[in-house]
Write a protein that binds this ligand. Structure first.
Ligand code: NCD
Length: 323
């Protein structure tokens, strides 16, 4: 199929993400996300059939990671390479940043050497700063306790594939709602769909006020609880690790580590078709006994990151949509 010049799909669908950055999930509206989901379906089919289109041949992704990563790093790299693109990695923990170079300067330099920047940084707001100083699009792959929008997209995609829909569900989000950036992006994203949301945390780790306010304004049905029992009738339970590195002290973390645990005792009382999700890594919040159950989708979840990141990279950098 010839590449269209106006960056639309074969059915004439317009691509609203061409040459744009993704800093917050709120950069996207419901229509954008629905389109990303459809494009991800097509990328998933192509990837499985080993027929990924070489749409990004000659394009280079620079990945700047100031914090550790396994799943995000690998799936961005696989996604870019599947589409024929090139990837260069900078582990910023062993770079000029260590000599005191500012993020602004690093971004100015790297954006002159690449077509897109994927940034993971330990400070909230860093991806927004990068967008300001970059001459190419920037994707936020996690900014401190801020956001992690591509994780939210793959989480939505996981729910859509595993539950067959993105609405009419009861979705429980459990644990460190204060610091887990994956939860912040997911909460904003879920606010765009009609579901019942349950936020479960100790008072000290509750959802930031700004996110709560936005969800309330969207009119979503929300429940807040301190007990995991509030998740017993949920269709989806999402439980990341406690974000140890964001607590003010080891003792503060120790007070909450292991506070909630999805184990067999919970699974016996929960809905039989509940899906258990985690962005990973799992530390102690999901018992290994649960791993063998069909409800455990947390090992499958990272694989959904590949088609979603393929779709996103192609929408931002490519010359045509898949559908
Ligand atoms: C998450 C992150 O880095 O925010 N990991 C990931 O990208 N899948 C979650 C975490 O570290 O707890």
């Amino acid at each position: 199929m010839p590449a269209s010049t106006d960056n639309t799909g074969p059915r004439g669908t317009r691509n609203p993400l061409s040459s744009t950055s993704l800093v917050s999930i709120s950069d996207l509206d419901r229509n954008n996300i629905d389109l990303i989901m459809r494009e991800s379906d097509r990328m998933r089919e192509a990837f499985r059939a080993r027929k990924s289109p070489a749409e990004l041949r000659g394009r280079r992704m620079a990945a700047l990671f100031y914090e550790p990563s396994t799943r995000t790093r690998l799936s961005f790299e696989i996604a870019m390479k599947e589409l024929g693109g090139d990837v260069v990695w900078a582990d910023m923990r062993s770079s000029s940043a260590m000599k005191g170079e500012s993020l602004e300067d690093t971004i100015r330099i790297i954006s002159s050497m690449s077509d897109i920047i994927v940034l993971r940084h330990y400070e909230k707001g860093s991806a927004g700063i990068a967008r300001k100083f970059s001459s190419v699009p920037v994707i936020n792959a996690g900014d401190g306790h801020g956001e992690h929008p591509t994780q939210a997209l793959m989480d939505l995609f996981t729910i859509r594939v595993e539950k067959g829909k993105l609405e009419g569900l009861k979705i429980a989000v459990v644990g460190d709602l204060k610091y887990a950036r994956t939860i912040h992006s997911l909460a904003y994203a879920l606010g765009m769909y009609d579901n019942d949301l349950v936020f479960i945390s100790p008072d000290e780790l509750s959802l930031p006020e700004e996110i709560r306010g936005e969800l309330a304004a969207s009119g979503r049905r929300m429940e807040f609880s301190g007990s995991l029992d509030a998740a017993l009738d949920a269709d989806v339970v999402y439980i990341p690790r406690m974000q140890k590195e964001r607590f003010e002290s080891e003792q503060a973390y120790d007070r909450f580590a292991g506070h909630y645990k999805v184990d067999m005792a919970f699974m016996k009382r929960a809905k039989s078709d509940v899906i258990i999700m985690s962005p990973g890594p799992r530390i102690m919040e999901i018992s290994t006994d649960v791993d063998g159950l069909k409800n455990a989708v947390y090992f499958k979840q990272p694989t959904y990151g590949i088609p979603v990141r393929m779709a996103l990279l192609n929408m931002i950098l490519g010359s045509r949509l898949m559908g």
